[in-house]
Design a protein around this ligand. Sequence first.
Ligand code: PMP
Length: 381
Amino acid sequence: MSYFDNNATTPLHPNAHEVFVKALSESWANPSSPYRLGAQLRASLEICREEISSIFGVSHDEVVFTSGATEANNSVFFALSRSSSSSDRVLLSPFEHPSVTDAAEYWFPKRVDFLRAQPDGTICISELEDYLRISTPPVLVSIMAASNESGVVQPWKEAAVICKSHGIHFHCDSTQLIGKKNVKGLSLCSSFISSAHKFGGPKGVGWLMGKCFSPFLIGGQQEKGMRGGTENFAAVSSSHAAFLAVENSCIDTSELAAIRDRFEHQMLKLFPDLKIIGCGARRLWNTSLMIMPDFENFRWVGKLDKLGFQVSTGSACSTSKFGGSPLATALNLSDIESRRLVRVSSYFSNSSADWAALLSAFDKTFMELQEESRDSAVISL
Ligand code: PMP
């Protein structure tokens, strides 16, 4: 498989595809309808909710099905702003996805503080502890589990425990962690979220899990009144199937991490001036965010695409279309460094042969780019 942009989205898992298609043709009724067809769907939907909640160790009424991670993140900040005063502040990691940062700035205008970024792409847990000791601590702390850009894993478990001991709501954007086979401890967070298309499920469905929500889509009593609107049973059941496929697989993620590490090692041999963001920190097993030693990332991405490999310039939401990269800003990367960021993100279907082929493609691309720049130098003379 030559697709290496799985942090942006993953292909639909065959089980999820099967469940989705079957649900579209057979389970199209409205789960709120007062006859057996509706009641059966309602029961199936609640079974999905029950199984998801038990895997994460939360109660079934602490799982709300949403349209994805963006909605889930937004609704947490909305809910907390409703239950707090107009002077209450929130504290974020500097690496958050825009659906966290922008929602925080919208619902807590001019009342958003940021933890400092450490050079390896993590936050410092003792700085968080200091923050919570001040006389008016924040009402909400939000730290992502793992960065969509660098794959760096934040000390979210420690942060969850510390916030709990201070009675502060701890929200964790766990979008990139869920589906990578490491979900233990998420119930320590006051709230956490997922997005199905990051783990082989369909787009447009996510889960908001945890406590303290107030209704965020009004006008219907679905999802216990939290989120009105007819439930998308096909998407929910398909997301459930995708998640079970991941959780029940017996793939060793440390082996996958070793394959990624080998790739990085070889890349450093090919490009001694390459920089790998977060390589000294704990990272997801699938992600490699590199500052290329030469040439703009769009040129790398375009050429690699022509060779049949899909990689990214960073996160899909940090391309110029969506605004800058939160990580580049947090780490104070220069403009040139930001424009040389290339992200490679694998998933379970990428083999070591795929990584080796990607390495050769980088090599070939470099030679082509060098040749082009030599030619253009001649032309410009
Ligand atoms: N948070 C993180 C960390 C993400 O990676 C993404 C997707 N790039 C989102 C939130 C938003 O997810 P969705 O597309 O489901 O709204």
